[in-house]
Design a protein around this ligand. Structure first.
Ligand SMILES: C[S@@+](CC[C@H](N)C(=O)[O-])C[C@H]1O[C@@H](n2cnc3c(N)ncnc32)[C@H](O)[C@@H]1O
Length: 215
């Protein structure tokens, strides 16, 4: 099993191939380009164009109408998710950093999505309880502090409907998933919790994207 999985993990895509397919399938219009090009001082750590497009298509495939994101940054993935949900969708996106939250609100307004996306500023652990009143949710996307993933996932599993989608980015933990230490064991606990409650897979995007469908 280990041999087979790692052999399948061989990569055929060069950087040029990845750029080409992103350009063909996941091109940016003005709204996405603005949220992707963060100003100096803001880290460029959003999902890549192909992952963003994947999130958009998953939200659309899942017929999501109510979603939560933990980790907004500049609103790039939030714009993808909201577009996937369509005009009837509503996304609550949580961001700890006040500067990032303000930037995201501007980008979301420029993309014409202020009515669909609400950015709540604060720590995920503090803000999530205030969203419980809007449950059940169709989709929860985790992309903030990695130590928080097990608690965020536990909240998500309580508040997603059966058949809802639980997604978590950076699931390979930048290559450290199997390392010692708190962050790695938190990420492994996240994987194991999702697998125990969902039909799940870790999609081998550059840093791994966990996708679980709640049983
Ligand atoms: C990887 S970025 C999010 C990228 C965004 N999802 C995208 O793809 O466009 C992570 C964000 O989580 C925020 N963050 C870190 N710790 C947090 C916490 N405890 N609660 C909420 N947000 C947090 C960071 O400030 C940062 O803006």
């Amino acid at each position: 099993m280990a041999d087979q999985a790692s052999r399948q993990g061989e990569r055929y895509a060069s950087a040029e191939i990845l750029d080409y397919v992103a350009r063909i399938h996941a091109g940016h219009d003005a709204g996405l380009a603005r949220a992707f090009a963060v100003p100096e001082g803001v880290p460029s750590i959003m999902v890549g164009p192909s992952e963003g497009r994947l999130l958009q298509l998953l939200a659309r495939l899942g017929g999501a109408r109510k979603a939560v994101e933990v980790g907004t940054l500049a609103g790039y993935s939030a714009i993808h998710l909201a577009r996937g949900m369509g005009p009837l969708g509503r996304l609550w996106s949580i961001e700890y950093d006040a500067g990032h939250a303000a930037l995201a609100r501007d980008n979301i307004a420029a993309a014409g999505l202020s009515a669909q996306i609400e950015v709540r500023q604060g720590r995920g652990a503090d803000v999530l309880p205030s969203l419980s009143q809007h449950a059940p949710f169709d989709l929860v996307f985790l992309d903030a502090d990695k130590e928080g993933y097990p608690d965020y996932a536990a909240w998500a599993l309580e508040h997603l409907r059966p058949g809802g989608l639980l997604l978590g980015d950076n699931a390979f933990l930048f290559g450290d998933l199997l390392a010692e230490g708190g962050r790695a064991s938190a990420m492994r606990a996240f994987h194991e919790l999702v697998a125990s409650r969902c039909d799940s897979v870790c999609i081998p995007t550059p840093d791994g994207l966990v996708l679980g469908i709640v049983r």
